[in-house]
Ligand binder design. Structure first.
Ligand SMILES: [Zn+2]
Ligand SMILES: [Zn+2]
Length: 418
């Protein structure tokens, strides 16, 4: 084989180096490929050939150049075809660490005319960027004032036979940190369907997306690549065609907590069901709502394990121009023993009257509250009156720190008894 190559070299020795580079290398490469010799060997020979031709294009000099000799005993440089670079220089890297053809960047309009790096010179740092033939950023390195790389980000793209991108992989300082996988939608556009992130602490997270860019699944893995969390998400469309999350199922495998939730188009929760390991229902919450024609919430009922436990009879809402709020105006808590508590709230969302009812529906006791404004604009409960069924009552007064100041009990006729 060596003879064959030397013949080729001799035959072309009278031609220009440029001609050789353009025509001979591919021939040799093809030839070597056919001989099933690896790329490293081809690169070795290419380098040697360059050295030979650089020595002199004469047969006499050819004999002085050794096929194995490039000055470095036992190693023939096989530099990469690609330019490597830092803030000042570009070179072809050899796996031995040697920088071949190293030279300072030749910069015009922030671009090196040799290695095509785009070089942004900031006051205290330099950013060197490289782009592929499609103009996509493939590498960005930030150098500090001393020329040390503080961050090196590389992007690798994969394309299918139709030249549509199927993946982007991001490396940070040599470590793979993110991979985005794409699919083609009905319009022939490339859309991200899966993003994997490798976190610095060995954990990883996978997110899957639908064609609207909504997350449909999420998986978290620990350092041993064991699944620790799994979530599945579904979306529906509102009457206006807006996508909203209508369903989720999440399983925290570290605590074996598994639950599913459903939401309506107002993003109010409809149900939350907790499951046992065997898939049976552990507990459930279900919600019902009433809305006005503008979608404003009017009431809400909460069922715990299918029993009505809480009800907001009406809401109050307000706005101060900066923010708006909504809170129950009247709410009812239902207890297991058939008793219930009805609470009514003032404009600040504080309860001012709480009525406890017995299981037979008659009033048990009534608490009324008064509030006092503090210097910082908040309210505190300053007075509480507890009215009992037998007509007696207790009146308590509190200071700003919720400390009881006075308390008095009255009989049904309003006389102090304690
Ligand atoms: Zn080398
Ligand atoms: Zn350069």
């Amino acid at each position: 084989m060596i003879n064959l190559i030397f013949n080729l070299v001799n035959r072309t020795a009278q031609n220009t180096l440029e001609y050789i580079k353009k025509t001979l290398y591919p021939i040799i490469k093809r030839m070597i490929c056919n001989m099933q010799i690896g790329k490293a060997n081809y690169m070795t020979f290419k380098k040697t050939l360059t050295a030979i031709l650089s020595c002199s294009l004469t047969a006499a000099m050819l004999s002085a150049c050794s096929i194995a000799g490039s000055g470095n005993a036992g190693h023939t440089h096989s530099p990469s075809d690609e330019w490597d670079r830092n803030a000042q220089q570009h070179w072809h890297a050899c796996e031995c660490g040697e920088k071949i053809d190293a030279a300072d960047h030749s910069i015009t309009d922030s671009v090196c005319s040799v290695c095509q790096s785009k070089i942004w010179d900031f006051d205290d740092s330099v950013e060197v960027c490289n782009y592929n033939e499609q103009g996509e950023l493939i590498r960005s390195t930030l150098y500090d004032a001393d020329g040390n790389a503080s961050s090196d980000i590389r992007y690798e793209f994969e394309y299918n036979a139709d030249n549509i991108r199927i993946s982007t992989t991001v490396y940070e300082n040599g470590r793979m940190i993110e991979k985005t996988e794409y699919a083609t939608n009905a319009d022939g556009e490339s859309i991200a369907v899966k993003i994997t992130n490798w976190l610095g602490d060995g954990l990883s997270v996978i997110n899957e997306y639908d064609e609207n860019g909504d997350v449909t699944a999420m998986y978290s893995y620990d350092e041993a690549n064991k699944l620790t969390f799994e979530g599945h998400y579904e979306y529906s469309l509102t009457a206006d065609g807006e996508s909203y999350q209508s369903k989720l199922e999440e399983h925290d495998l570290t605590t074996d907590t598994k639950y599913a939730c459903e939401y309506n188009e107002y993003e109010d929760i409809l149900s939350r069901i907790f499951y046992n390991t065997d898939g049976t229902v552990k507990s459930s919450e279900r919600y019902e709502y009433g809305y006005d024609e503008n979608g404003k919430k009017l009431w809400c009922k909460t069922y715990t394990n299918d029993i009505l436990t809480y009800e907001v009879v009406s809401y109050a809402s307000g706005s101060d121009g900066e923010s708006s709020w909504r809170y129950p105006k009247k709410a009812i808590e239902y207890y297991d023993d058939g008793t219930k508590l009805v609470s009514e709230y003032d404009e600040k969302g504080n309860p001012y009257i709480e009525t406890y009812f017995k299981a037979d529906g008659t009033t048990d006791r009534v608490l009324t509250y008064e509030y006092t404004l503090t210097s910082d604009g908040s309210y505190y409960k300053s007075k509480a009156t507890e009215q009992f069924e037998d007509g007696t009552k207790t009146v308590s007064e509190y200071d700003e720190n919720k400390e009881l100041i006075t308390q008095a009990r009255y009989d049904a006729d309003g006389n102090v008894i304690e």
